[in-house]
Design a protein around this ligand. Sequence first.
Ligand SMILES: Cc1ncc(COP(=O)(O)O)c(C=O)c1O
Length: 484
Amino acid sequence: MRILYDKLIFDLSKKGRIGYQYKPKNLASVELPQHLMRAKKAELPEVTEFDVVRHYTNVSQKNFGVETGFYPLGSCTMKYNPKINEELATLSGFSQIHPLQPEETIQGLLQIYYETQEMLAEVSGLKAYSLNPFAGAHGELAGLMIIKAYHEKRNDLKRTKIIVPDSAHGTNPASATVSGFDVVEIKSNIDGTVNIDALKEVLSDEIAGLMLTNPNTAGVFEKDIVEIADLVHGAGGLLYYDGANLNALLGKAKPGEMGFDITHINLHKTFSTPHGGGGPGSGPVGVTAELVEFLPNPMVVKEGDRYTFKKPEDTIGQLGTFYGNTSVYIRAYVYLRTLGKEHLSKVGPLAVLNANYIKESLKDVYELPLQGHAMHEFVFDGLKDKSTGVKTLDIAKRLLDYGYHAPTIYFPLIFPQAMMIEPTEVESKDTLDDFIQIMRQVAEEAISQPDIVKTAPHHTIVRRLDEVKAVRQPILKYKDLQTK
Ligand SMILES: Cc1ncc(COP(=O)(O)O)c(C=O)c1O
């Protein structure tokens, strides 16, 4: 009987009902200029505090999160965010800091910034980082702006093209375009790795750089990376590392040592912070010694015992407000410090072990297009037995009935029924075994009672949605809902 709480917050509104009221006498009054004043009263729901708490608690329970159950999204990694991260990030000494506070009063925070920059440089084999960008894609933009500034400074103005393999994540060509480059797409090998002949064909003095993720979006390690780096550098270009898949390498290999010049790191994927597509996340950008002066402003440096902000000499500028997403950096810092060097080096190997365990346990019932060792994620191409017409989408929906989030589906685009699974290193063998058992059960249902799978989900709060309509015609306001 949850019907009562299916109401929207505006439906609960009763004229004159009040949640909490500040006593005006306790508040300082400020004279606002006329143009900033409302012409008429805001139309807000009039509800009690209790209504609001119940409403939002119920809304939160309609969602599925990594704290609700297993969430094996490939590429879009959902790693558990340990509670100690939250606890320390919300300490009032951090959360109450004002961005315009004098430097002497925030030395502790600057130390965290500095040490985070240093630790990221250490794990990725690069010289220095700026923590300014607010998301992975924002870090890509920063990296591409650095590539542009680097060539411009050398007066090498013909370099207007960026090479992106067709297996790349969609943000790569998008970021290159937004930064004003022309995108040159090259066809990948069947496993998504770079086709060296295709690369050689497009290299010229017009190429500014190549964007690559390693392992690639099919979870395959780019074994020719040193040759690729030599080819790109030989042609005068720079090599950009999309650090979204760094989790797989942690403790075993460093992009800087593979020949990459620039990288962004998706802290949410590797360092257990909340995600946010351009929102509350972060995408620090790191570079080799040659490129340090192009980094986004500000960086934090150490002068004697003091930490201070520094504006790099040829900086591409400031990409976000103030100093980046402070609370996210504190979380990443806590994670790095909690694991320490010794345990951090187990992250990559465990993530790879977990992924391969699931892959090997299910490959007799799900189609495995790429044989051999996977890295931290891998792809099935739908069911092995497709005779009943059950598709990847149906399997994804049926998993919801069993309390599992679906894997990433229909990405990468190179496999028509792609189902991309990434368990991460944080899941136990028991959780993996339960998931494997449910995946086998769904595969069995797909043959014995395909309709159940094709019409799933049956036990979720909403059933199968028109996802295209939801994206194209979203209802974002209560008023719009009333008129639909
Ligand atoms: C390979 C790859 N690159 C870039 C991104 C973009 O990162 P963000 O979502 O933090 O902007 C993602 C996000 O999932 C990704 O998987």
